[in-house]
Design a protein around this ligand. Structure first.
Ligand SMILES: N[C@@H](CCC(=O)N[C@@H](CS)C(=O)NCC(=O)O)C(=O)O
Length: 203
């Protein structure tokens, strides 16, 4: 299978970590976000990565749909519980992490506007408050537990790790590790896994 992606995207990282944890072979197709229009537009109508192309040509997007599909492919490294309630809670962690990223990406884009006069501080503050509330919620939900959900490593941990390590990559002055020592403890542990070590954000 082909994964259209980039080595900077945290949503792509979530999928790459999942593929590695589940020992599924894939080819990472990079460079599709460049060009005018970007080449990814010809692959994914939404013009976003990640997009996964199966060997029969089926295209899957977005990252939450991709990882759900991958989980069903084999029983290796079980990442999403079968129990409906537990499954919902893991997927909620994923939605929280992806939502935190969506808001953080908007902050980044707004602060990088070519013309600073077009920049809206009110918009940045609104998005930043979502990031801050999401992180506080993560920390409160994690508490003193070893893993985000249940007593094992799941997609919830992959999602949180991919999101917070991207925040560290793009916002090096953010002090979430000091502010939330329990998130620091979790992410430090996750960063030691081969799947995370093999997928550092670059660029
Ligand atoms: N909800 C999507 C978000 C994917 C996304 O926003 N990807 C970014 C890269 S980090 C992208 O492709 N941006 C290009 C664009 O929006 O034009 C997912 O989880 O797959």
């Amino acid at each position: 299978m082909k994964l259209y992606g980039s080595v900077t995207s945290p949503y792509v990282r979530k999928v790459r970590v999942t593929l590695i944890e589940k020992k599924i072979d894939f080819n990472l197709e990079q460079g599709y976000l460049t060009g005018n229009p970007p080449m990814i537009d010809g692959v994914n109508p939404l013009g976003k990565v990640p997009a996964l192309e199966l060997d029969d040509g089926t295209l899957i997007f977005d990252s939450a749909v991709i990882v759900d599909y991958l989980e069903g492919l084999n029983p290796v490294g079980h990442l999403i519980p079968e129990d409906r309630h537990q499954r919902m809670l893991v997927k909620r962690w994923e939605a929280l992490s992806d939502g935190l990223l969506d808001a953080a990406v908007l902050v980044l884009l707004e602060t990088r506007r070519d013309n600073p006069a077009e920049r809206s501080q009110a918009w940045i503050d609104k998005q930043q408050s979502k990031v801050d509330r999401a992180m506080a919620y993560m920390s409160q939900q994690l508490g003193e537990k070893n893993w985000c959900q249940g007593d094992a490593f799941t997609l919830a941990d992959i999602s949180v790790g991919s999101a917070l390590l991207w925040i560290e990559f793009r916002f090096p002055n953010h002090n979430w590790r000091k502010q939330y020592p329990n998130l620091d403890r979790l992410v430090t542990k996750l960063a030691q896994r081969k799947s995370f070590q093999d997928t550092p954000p670059q660029g």
